[in-house]
Design a protein around this ligand. Structure first.
Ligand code: BES
Ligand code: MN
Ligand code: ZN
Length: 509
């Protein structure tokens, strides 16, 4: 399906489904009144009959009758959408309205749709935001993962729609609306890629598979020749002295990979890059510190940080953002075996810092610390790591917000702000020096766990020891990147929207 923005005059347009807001106590918008008198009468009569009250997320579909003047028959269908009382909406209410209208539209056989919902009044949001938010949401509602279904589902898809138009009133807002739409489509494509990778199970989505997908991504964008890929094998990882990363892969027959993707979009090649590091544990059993069976379910999602990096690279390259971005993905599997790391083992990281591994299930930080040290060679402007790092993060913030922790407050602020705009939100946790006390080891420089208190913070504090030479933020996305069980089990594609908003803001500066 294609999206487009159109200004004014719907009556000159072809057949399709017209999507109109209606409000509580029987009100319709002035715009609906202006649209077509005959149609407005019909809408008012539908409301009068009580088929729709106008409460938020109610919908009602009808086939308008022909008018004498021959105008409203141009629309095969009219979908009325309840938008509550005629007043300013919250972000949440707006999303509810878009969701309801999309679900209702899916059930119709429309080939085209013209929606007036982007002109709803949402507090402190402009038309560009409303179109971007609603388009991403519609794409979200259309996502399905059917790669492994032999019978494809018959759930209605908005894909049957050829074209979806956001109707706007003001011609002056057309350009920024179209820019917003283009961004939304690119971000949705990135989100879908991230979801697909996350949802693919670990017997298929191995480190080698991720490496292959990274190469495919570079080929996909070969037109601009702007993405390049390098894949380091175990031998080279060893040569880099990444003893901490390698300790995690020891028990697995799958070969570890260190994948780097580089996107050069800046006018000046030498512009300092923004480096994204993604945790790529393709399956996390816990290793010798084995997880109980129920906690192991959904651990195929432990590479969602890596998938996020790939989704962001894809979206940023599609939009040709004028910045340089490097993605670093340490990827391996964490499983027990005769060669697997034992609790009590001591390893030496690439930085030289020695680590006592008290729990092999705290493996994310072990692969990330070496990847973070590796980032120094890029002289980054900032480094942001994305990781499904701690169960404690799910306890603290649930599925609503990613945790952000940073050694540079302006970077944390930028991410928090990008989260507010994209509604892919984050919440900051502190990483005060005092927490480092919990990571003391009697035998090594650091211990890889910090005890039961403040688990997300001590995980970040562990990483902070390896990021002293650059501005760094850590996103713990354990709660936001996936739902681990139940009906809605699946990758969410978060925090691709937040990071894309951050990069778009950067590119505009
Ligand atoms: N991948 C997990 C974190 C996780 C748990 C993500 C649940 C998503 C859902 C991570 O590797 C892990 O096992 N963390 C441990 C750390 C502990 C041993 C200090 C945890 O959170 O229990
Ligand atoms: Mn683990
Ligand atoms: Zn893990």
């Amino acid at each position: 399906m294609e999206f487009a923005v159109k200004v004014g005059a719907p009556l000159k347009q072809k057949i399709g489904c017209l999507i109109l807001p209606v409000y509580e106590s029987g009100k319709i918008s002035d715009q609906t009144k202006k649209l077509d008198a005959h149609l407005a009468t019909q809408v008012l009569s539908v409301i009068k009959k009580g088929d729709i009250e106008g409460k938020i997320s109610q919908t009602f579909l009808f086939h308008p009758s022909l008018s004498q003047s021959g105008s409203s028959e141009k629309f095969e269908r009219v979908l009325l959408v309840g938008c509550g009382k005629l007043r300013t909406l919250t972000d949440y209410e707006y999303k509810e309205i878009i969701t309801a209208s999309t679900c209702a539209l899916k059930k119709t056989h429309s080939a085209e749709a013209y929606s007036y919902l982007a002109e709803l009044d949402v507090q402190n949001r402009d038309i560009a935001w409303k179109i971007k938010c609603a388009t991403e949401l519609m794409r979200e509602l259309d996502y399905e993962f059917t790669d492994f279904k032999t019978k494809k589902s018959h759930t209605p898809k908005i894909k049957r729609l050829r074209k979806f138009y956001w109707m706007i009133y003001n011609k002056k807002e057309l350009y920024k609306s179209e820019v917003a739409l283009e961004q939304a489509v690119a971000i949705s494509d990135g989100v879908s890629l991230t979801k697909d990778l996350g949802n693919t199970p670990a017997n298929i989505c191995t480190p080698s598979y991720l490496a292959q997908k990274a190469e495919e991504l570079a080929k996909l964008h070969k037109k601009g020749n702007k993405i390049s890929v390098a894949i380091l094998e175990a031998k080279e990882i060893k040569a880099l002295k990444m003893g901490s990363f390698l300790s995690v892969t020891q028990g697995s027959p799958e070969a570890p990979k260190l994948i780097t993707l580089s996107y050069r979009g800046a006018k000046k090649k030498e512009d300092k890059p923004i480096v994204l590091v993604g945790k790529g544990i393709t399956f996390d059993t816990g290793g010798n510190s084995l997880k109980p069976p129920t906690s192991m379910i959904g651990m195929k999602f432990d590479m969602c940080g890596a998938a996020t990096v790939m989704g962001v690279m894809h979206a940023a390259a599609s939009l040709q953002l004028p910045i340089n971005i490097i993605g670093v993905i340490p990827s391996c599997e964490n499983i027990p075996g005769g060669k697997a790391t034992r609790p009590d083992d001591i390893v030496t990281s690439m930085s030289g810092i020695t680590i006592e591994i008290a729990n092999t299930d705290a493996e994310g930080r072990l692969i990330l610390c070496d990847a973070l040290t590796y980032c120094e060679r890029y002289h980054p402007e900032v480094v942001i790591d994305i990781a499904t790092l701690t169960g404690a993060c799910i306890v603290a913030l649930g599925g609503q917000a990613s945790a952000v922790m940073s050694n540079y407050q302006p970077l944390a602020n930028d991410l928090l702000k990008a989260g507010q705009t994209s509604l892919d939100r984050a919440w900051q946790l502190p990483i005060w020096e005092e927490y480092q006390l919990q990571l003391k080891s009697p035998v090594a420089d650091l211990c890889n766990i910090g005890g039961p208190e403040a688990g997300s913070i001590t995980a970040a504090c562990f990483l902070a020891n390896f990021t002293k030479n650059f501005h760094w933020a850590h996103l713990d996305v354990a709660g936001t990147a996936a739902r681990y069980c139940g009906d809605k089990k699946g990758a969410t594609g978060r925090p691709v929207p937040m990071l894309m908003q951050y990069l778009i803001n950067k590119a505009e500066k």
